[in-house]
Design a binder for this molecule. Structure first.
Ligand code: GLN
Length: 500
C-alpha cells in the first residue's frame, strides 16, 4: 500500500502545500488503493477517477500559480451516497433512485469544493439510511476492513469502511440515530454528529428531518475537526440551520486538554447486553481521562431507557412522510406503466418494486403511528418521551461538561447475523439515539481493540448543543493517551493480504 493513503488529512494537505507531493499523486494513490481493495470491501457505489484527477490538477495549478488554497486543499474525501452531487448518480442505496442523476449540488458538496477538496466518489449505505449494517443497501453490503465477514455498521458503513480501508483520507456521513457514530465505532475511526442545525441539510436526501444531521468522518480527531469546520455554519436554504458562530472545533482538537473538565458517565448504558470487551475498554478510557485531569462522576438519565422505543415511532413517522415523494410519478423508478394502468396502480407497482423490506417496514410502522386513531397513543407519547430526554440532558449538563458512554453495546457483528431480527439490529443504536432526539452534539472516538475479539471499540462523547468543541477536546486527549499506551494509532495498517 502506498504510504500516502495512511497519512492523515492534515499531513497530506501540508505535504501538498510544501510541494513534497502533488495533489494529483495523492488522488492517484487513493484511486489505486480503491482499485486494489474495494472489490473486497465494497465501500463505494460509484467512483469517478477522471473527475477526481481533473479536480486534483486544478488544485495543483492553483498552487503553482501561487493562489491561496484552503487548509484541507487537495485532500481526497468520500461522500455518502445520500448527498446529491451534480453529474453523479445519487441512489441512497435504493433501487428507487437507481440511475437518478442530481441536477444540483448539496451544500456540503459546495463546501468541499470551495475548500479545494477532492471528491473521490459515493459511498454505500443502508437503503435511505435505514439500518445499522449497510446490509439493507439494494447494491449489496459493505464489508468491515478489520474482518471482511463482518459489517462496518450503518447506515454510513461505506464512509467508515473507506477510511478504515485507507481508500479515502476523510469522509462525509449523516446521522439520524447513529449512522455516523456507530460505523465509526465498529471500524476504529472517528465520527461526529454535530449539533442539529450546525451543518446544512440542503441536498441531503431526507430520512427523518427532525433528526438528520450531516457530519465529518475521519481517522483522527484533528482531521475530523478540520472537516467539521469546512462543512459547518449557517445556510439559509436549510430552515433549521442555526445562525450562530461555529464552535472552535479545530482549536479544541489542538488544545488537547481536559484538566478540570467534568465528565459524567451515563449510568443507564452498561451491564446487560453490553459486551465485556467493550465495557473493559470503556472503563480504561474513563481512567485515562481521569489521569489526564478530568473529574469523573456518575450521572443518571432515566429517560434514556425509553429512547429506542420513542425513536422507532418518531423516526418511521417522519420516514413515512419523507418517502411518500417516491411515487413513481415525479422521478426515480417507475414500474408497471404499460399505458393501460391507472396512476394508483403505477404508484403501487413502483413502490413495491423500488423499496426494500426495511424501507417498507418503516413506512408501515410510521403510517400506523400517525394514523388517526393511534396518533396520540404512539406518536404523541413518543414526543413526550422526547421532551423527557431533553430534560435529562439539561439536568446532566447543569453539573457536567460532557457525558460519556460506550458508542455501541458490541463490536462489529457478522454479516447476516441480525438481518432476520430487526430488534437486534435496532439495539446497535441504543447509546447513540438519545442525542438525535435531543438535538445536541456527540461523537465516537476509538477506544482500542476489544480483548475478546480484537475488533475496534468506540467511546461516545456527548456535549450540549453548540458545544461541539468539547467533543474534540475529549477525543483528542483520549487519542493522545491511547497512542501513548499502544505505541501508535489503534488502526493497524491493513492490507488485502492481512485479511486472508
Ligand atoms: N440505525 C438507525 C436506524 O436505522 C440510524 C440510522 C441513521 O442514523 N440514518 O434508524
Amino acid at each position: 500500500m502506498n504510504e500516502l493513503t495512511q497519512t492523515s488529512a492534515r499531513g497530506l494537505a501540508q505535504m501538498i502545500r510544501d510541494g513534497e507531493v502533488s495533489c494529483e499523486e495523492v488522488t492517484q494513490a487513493h484511486l489505486d488503493r480503491i482499485a486494489e481493495v474495494d472489490g473486497d470491501i465494497h465501500a463505494f457505489l460509484f467512483v469517478d477517477g477522471e473527475r477526481a484527477l481533473a479536480s486534483a490538477r486544478r488544485v495543483d495549478a492553483k498552487r503553482a500559480a501561487g493562489e491561496p488554497t484552503h487548509e484541507l486543499a487537495g485532500v481526497p474525501v468520500a461522500l455518502k451516497d445520500a448527498y446529491v452531487y451534480q453529474g453523479t448518480p445519487t441512489t441512497c442505496g435504493s433501487r428507487m433512485l437507481e440511475n437518478w442523476y442530481s441536477p444540483y449540488d448539496a451544500a456540503v458538496v459546495e463546501r468541499l469544493q470551495g475548500a479545494d477538496m477532492i471528491i473521490l466518489g459515493k459511498t454505500n449505505l443502508d437503503e435511505f439510511a435505514l439500518g445499522s449494517s449497510t446490509e439493507t443497501s439494494a447494491f449489496g453490503p459493505t464489508h468491515n476492513p478489520w474482518d471482511l465477514a463482518r459489517v462496518p455498521g450503518g447506515s454510513g458503513g461505506g464512509s467508515a469502511a473507506a477510511l478504515a480501508g485507507f481508500e479515502a483520507a476523510l469522509a462525509i456521513g449523516s446521522d439520524t440515530g447513529g449512522s455516523i457514530r456507530q460505523p465509526a465505532a465498529l471500524t476504529g475511526t472517528v465520527g461526529v454528529k454535530p449539533t442539529y442545525g450546525g451543518v446544512s441539510r440542503w441536498g441531503l436526501v431526507a430520512t427523518a428531518s427532525s433528526l438528520d444531521q450531516p457530519g465529518p468522518c475521519a481517522r483522527n480527531a484533528l482531521d475530523a475537526a478540520l472537516l467539521h469546520q469546512v462543512m459547518g455554519g449557517y445556510d439559509r436554504r436549510d430552515s433549521t440551520s442555526i445562525k450562530a458562530p461555529m464552535p472552535d472545533v479545530v482549536g479544541a482538537a489542538r488544545r488537547q486538554d481536559v484538566s478540570g473538565m467534568k465528565i459524567g458517565i451515563v449510568k443507564q448504558f452498561g451491564g446487560e447486553g453490553f459486551a465485556p470487551g467493550v465495557e473493559q475498554r470503556f472503563h480504561e478510557a474513563i481512567e485515562l481521562l481521569a489521569q489526564a485531569g478530568a473529574e469523573i462522576e456518575e450521572v443518571s438519565c432515566p429517560s434514556f431507557d425509553l429512547a429506542l422505543a420513542a425513536y422507532y415511532l418518531i423516526m418511521p413517522a417522519e420516514v413515512s412522510s419523507n418517502l411518500a415523494r417516491f411515487d413513481g410519478m415525479r422521478y426515480g423508478l417507475q414500474a408497471g406503466d404499460d399505458g393501460t394502468r391507472s396512476a394508483d396502480q403505477v404508484m403501487r407497482a413502483s413502490r413495491r418494486a423500488g423499496f426494500g423490506d426495511e424501507a417498507k417496514r418503516r413506512i408501515i410502522l410510521g403510517t400506523y403511528a400517525l394514523s388517526a386513531g393511534y396518533y396520540d397513543a404512539y406518536y404523541g407519547s413518543a414526543q413526550k418521551v422526547r421532551t423527557l430526554i431533553i430534560e435529562d440532558f439539561t439536568k446532566a449538563f447543569a453539573s457536567v461538561d460532557v457525558l460519556l458512554s460506550p458508542s455501541t453495546p458490541t463490536t462489529a457483528f457478522k454479516i447476516g447475523e441480525r438481518v432476520e431480527d430487526p430488534m437486534a439490529m435496532y439495539k446497535a443504536d441504543l447509546c447513540t439515539i438519545p442525542v438525535n432526539l435531543a438535538g445536541n452534539a456527540a461523537a465516537s472516538f476509538p477506544a482500542g481493540l476489544s480483548p475478546e475479539d480484537g475488533l475496534p471499540v468506540g467511546v461516545q462523547v456527548m456535549a450540549p448543543a453548540l458545544a461541539d468543541d468539547r467533543l474534540y477536546q475529549v477525543g483528542a486527549v483520549l487519542e493522545a493517551v491511547l497512542e501513548q499506551r499502544w505505541g501508535g494509532p489503534i488502526w493497524a495498517p491493513l492490507t488485502k493480504e492481512d485479511q486472508r
